[in-house]
Write a protein that binds this ligand. Structure first.
Ligand code: OKP
Ligand code: ZN
Length: 339
């Protein structure tokens, strides 16, 4: 069985987010996961690989913060979900922050990502879902595994949350795969939004290729990352590749970018691919602006599958809940075809 889903992910359920200046219902809702789950046959639940694989990618103080933040919020006599309202500017000196509001700002970069009572538990099992998919592959049970992760992960950095993300599932799996000797590993991120967290985590790491195709950050979240001239730093110079595309992009304009991405992955000599997949490429996505039809997800999956590489797919975004299951099933059918 190559499709992993864990119901413990559903306990993460923030009530609302700050969206374009108003409070709106939280887009990254448990119903997303249920819709995807319903489109698949039997799935396996996550095994527990513990916190060590998470610590390879995230700082210990950040992981500790995630576990206590909601409790500290309640202790400060607040109700509902913990959310920051003040942020330290880049390169502000290191301070010993105690107040919950100061720590929320220190460990986040946006106001779209509240910490609810079940956030740690949900994010923990989302990461374990991804690790379980990798484990199936490492055990030789399959060369293709699909992790129905939720909450998503690609916006979360080493020490920050944001963009509905808390733990970087793709980065955790990629680092774990490398640790197990399955590398060289490449990460291909095809979510509509740039995977800034994944990029940051491996930015100066020459032994991890990160390639992302996404909406131009000039017009789209997360704005501060994902430009074509971000290519890595230090030992990682050249191992980050960004392919931004304009709003309105459909399959025809997307395909050449995908070819360039796959060429970079082949040139790197990758032996394992971690795919960060977002179904928010869909024309009907309520917060995104590409123009994929259902059948374009099949084309995307088929082209990536044609690389012949072992692939662990990790679910990221996708917010057209009514169509979500069928869109994810369309790409999964191609990605999971036996090779
Ligand atoms: C997460 B994933 C725009 C609000 C944007 C955050 C979007 C996070 C997307 N007004 N909110 O990459 O699908
Ligand atoms: Zn997205």
């Amino acid at each position: 069985m190559t499709i992993v889903f864990d119901p413990r992910q559903l306990v993460h359920a923030p009530a609302r987010e700050l969206h374009n200046g108003d409070w709106t219902a939280y887009n990254e809702c448990p119903a997303r996961a249920e819709a995807i789950r319903a489109a698949f046959g039997p799935t396996v639940a996550a095994s527990d690989f513990g916190i060590a694989p998470l610590e390879r990618v995230h700082d210990a103080d950040y992981l500790a913060f995630l576990q206590v933040a909601h409790r500290d919020w309640i202790a400060a006599e607040r109700s509902g979900d913990a959310i920051g309202y003040t942020w330290p500017i880049v390169r502000r000196r290191t301070l010993d922050l105690t107040r919950i509001d100061a720590r929320l700002g220190r460990y986040s970069y946006d106001a779209a990502t509240p910490i609810a009572a079940g956030t740690w538990e949900g994010a923990y099992w989302s990461a374990q879902t991804a690790l379980t998919a990798l484990d199936q592959l490492a055990a030789g049970a399959t060369r293709r595994a699909f992790a129905l992760c939720r909450p998503p992960g690609h916006h979360a950095g080493r020490d920050y949350l944001g963009g509905y993300c808390y733990l970087n599932n793709a980065a955790i799996v990629a680092a774990e795969a490398r640790q197990r000797g399955l590398g060289p590993v490449a990460i291909l991120d095809v979510d509509y939004h740039h995977g800034n967290g994944t990029q940051d985590i491996f930015y100066d790491d020459g032994e991890m290729l990160f390639v992302s195709i996404h909406a131009d950050p000039a017009t789209d979240y997360p704005f501060y990352w994902g430009h074509a001239d971000e290519t890595g730093d230090g030992a990682g110079r050249g191992t980050t590749r960004n392919l931004p595309l304009p709003r309105g992009t459909g399959w025809t304009a997307y395909e050449p970018a995908l070819e360039a991405a796959l060429e970079a992955i082949a040139a790197y000599g990758a032996r394992l691919l971690v795919l960060s997949f977002g179904a928010d490429l869909y024309a009907g996505d309520p917060i995104s602006h590409f123009a994929f039809a259902r059948e374009d997800f099949a084309k995307l999956g088929a082209r990536i599958a044609a690389t012949g590489l072992p692939i662990v797919t990790v679910m990221e975004g996708g917010y057209a809940t009514a169509e979500l299951g069928q869109n994810v099933a369309a790409i999964a059918a191609e990605l999971l075809r036996p090779v």
